[in-house]
Design a protein around this ligand. Structure first.
Ligand SMILES: NC(=O)c1ccc[n+]([C@@H]2O[C@H](COP(=O)([O-])OP(=O)(O)OC[C@H]3O[C@@H](n4cnc5c(N)ncnc54)[C@H](O)[C@@H]3O)[C@@H](O)[C@H]2O)c1
Ligand SMILES: O=C(O)[C@H](O)COP(=O)(O)O
Length: 396
């Protein structure tokens, strides 16, 4: 029986790992020639990817730590786990709004300092508590406007939760999916530009992936559109915000605070920045959800060639038919690829039982079940077709 070595590059929840049958999957950190890599935020850009590799699975949402395009060009799907940690992030964003609105971070520091540094106690402590509290007076959420940029798995949950807390909510996402649109509260107003959203929002929260089109999207010009005393919440990725521009706006008093999950040297020590240590997905529930989803998708790909939730290839799923042999074929998305693949199968005298081909961007993926045995020579013939990237015979 074929066995699949899987290398883990981060701690993955055992709730997910225990779903991998150890008679089929060998799982560990020290694995030679892995068929798959399972990771969270480890940086794969600088890692030499072994020729043995069939797949990469990210137990989480963001894939900016993975060379997705380079892997696509080699016919290697990169799976992620959309929505599996969305509730955890939503709860932290709500907490972040309250931290900023009520100045909680500095307020807690103030009371700790009264005891730990000034050594106050009893009536003296009580006196300073009452004397000092006015400097931390905040604002309430109902009636304020929250702008949500990116209405995907997390953005929709944040928008709906904020709306139920009494905020007016604006949303911006030029590619909102039908699924997300169905989940979005009808009271969330969708606007047609980042500029309109910022100019009408007391607080803005970012829920977009870090890609070329979102890098530095919150910049000096756009911050200037926000009302005086605005709050920026960034639980997406540090790079979507021009942090120097945010700090300049905090220093000038234009912004009230910047709450984020991606500390930098400048941000971590700034009095108006609340920087958390990338905690968005760090709950037991989210870690279990992500691990289960990543492991299940990875195992189904290695065992059956099925692709679900890859960020660089389309979803292609077929149930297995007893007595058939399966081929998984990656090719460039150009004319006559299907014709050449089926011609090779026909020339080998094979009857096709089921065939699915889908494309996404520059690439396409085919799953084909044929009756009877597939000779290794046929696989080589398919690989020799110009535009074929990878072909895999997947035993039942
Ligand atoms: N802090 C954390 O621990 C943590 C946890 C999970 C996710 N994240 C980050 O949050 C991001 C979003 O996660 P998700 O699960 O909601 O992903 P998602 O794919 O479900 O949603 C992302 C949304 O952003 C939209 N989008 C893309 N470019 C945009 C643009 N220029 N303007 C407006 N909208 C745009 C997309 O159309 C999509 O609807 C992840 O890519 C990751 O970087 C961080
Ligand atoms: O993109 C994500 O899912 C989050 O940033 C979580 O990252 P982590 O798995 O390293 O906590």
């Amino acid at each position: 029986m074929t066995t699949f070595p899987i290398q883990t590059l981060n701690a993955i929840s055992p709730v997910g790992l225990q779903r991998l049958d150890r008679s089929v999957f060998d799982v560990g950190t020290d694995i030679d020639s892995p068929r798959a890599i399972l990771l969270r935020s480890a940086d794969l850009h600088s890692v030499e990817l072994p020729p043995s590799l069939y797949a990469v699975a990210r137990a989480g949402a963001g894939t900016n730590n993975i060379p997705v395009d380079r892997l696509a060009a080699r016919g290697i799907p990169v799976f992620n786990t959309p929505g599996a940690n969305a509730n955890a992030v939503k709860e932290l964003v709500i907490a972040g709004m309250l931290l900023a609105a009520r100045n909680l971070y500095h307020a807690a520091d103030y009371t700790r300092d009264l005891v730990a540094v000034q050594g106050l106690s009893g009536a003296d402590l009580e006196k300073q508590v009452e004397a000092g509290k006015k400097q931390f007076a905040g604002f309430e959420l109902p009636g304020k406007t929250l702008g949500v940029i990116g209405l995907g798995a997390i953005g929709v949950l944040v928008a709906n939760a904020a709306q139920s807390l009494g905020l007016k909510v604006l949303g911006y996402d030029p590619n909102v999916t039908i699924k997300a649109a169905w989940q979005l509260s009808p009271n969330v107003e969708q606007v047609s530009s980042v500029e309109e959203l910022l100019s009408r929002s007391d607080m803005v929260t970012l829920h977009v992936p870090l890609v070329d089109g979102t890098r530095g999207m919150i910049n000096a010009e756009r911050i200037a559109l926000m009302p005086q005393g605005g709050v920026v919440l960034n639980f997406a990725r540090g790079g979507v915000v021009d942090e120097a521009a945010v700090i300049a706006a905090l220093d000038s008093g234009h912004l009230h605070s910047y709450v984020n999950d991606f500390p930098t040297e400048a941000g971590a020590v700034h009095p108006k920045v609340i920087a958390l240590p990338h905690l968005g997905a760090s709950t037991g529930e989210a870690e279990d959800n992500c691990a289960v989803m990543a492991v299940d998708q990875l195992a189904d790909y290695l065992l059956n060639g099925n692709i679900r939730n890859a960020v660089n290839f389309p979803d292609v799923v077929m149930t297995r038919t007893p007595g058939t042999t399966r081929l998984g074929i990656f090719n460039e998305n150009k004319p006559n690829m299907i014709g050449q693949i089926t011609a090779a199968l026909a020339a080998a005298g094979l009857n096709v039982s089921e065939f699915t081909n889908k494309s996404r961007g520059d690439y396409a993926y085919t799953l084909v079940d044929v009756e009877g045995e597939v000779r290794d020579e046929l696989k080589q013939e398919i690989l020799a077709i110009e535009g074929i990237i990878r072909a895999r015979k997947i035993e039942a």
